[in-house]
Ligand binder design. Sequence first.
Ligand SMILES: [Zn+2]
Length: 96
Amino acid sequence: MHGCLDCGKPLTKKKRDHLYKYDRGKPILLRGMTRLVCKCGYSEVEFPRIGPLHETIKQALSVLRVKREDLAFFFTPGDHGVQDGAWGVILRSSAA
Ligand SMILES: [Zn+2]
């Protein structure tokens, strides 16, 4: 993990839901994303496997008959961590 791009200090990892601006429409909810935060105010979000994320979003929006606001996407690491992990989608109403 690299340091802060603004001041070079170490970054702290936090788990946060993230509203992802996927396209020009309303943002997509990504659950439990890792946000890297610095004391100076700088922060960034880690996106594991952004290609598969876009595929999963595209498929969900075209197949599921629900509004995107009702969906939440989440990443599950595989046996080898991020590299073989997969994105999934759930209905927000069914998410605890
Ligand atoms: Zn900083």
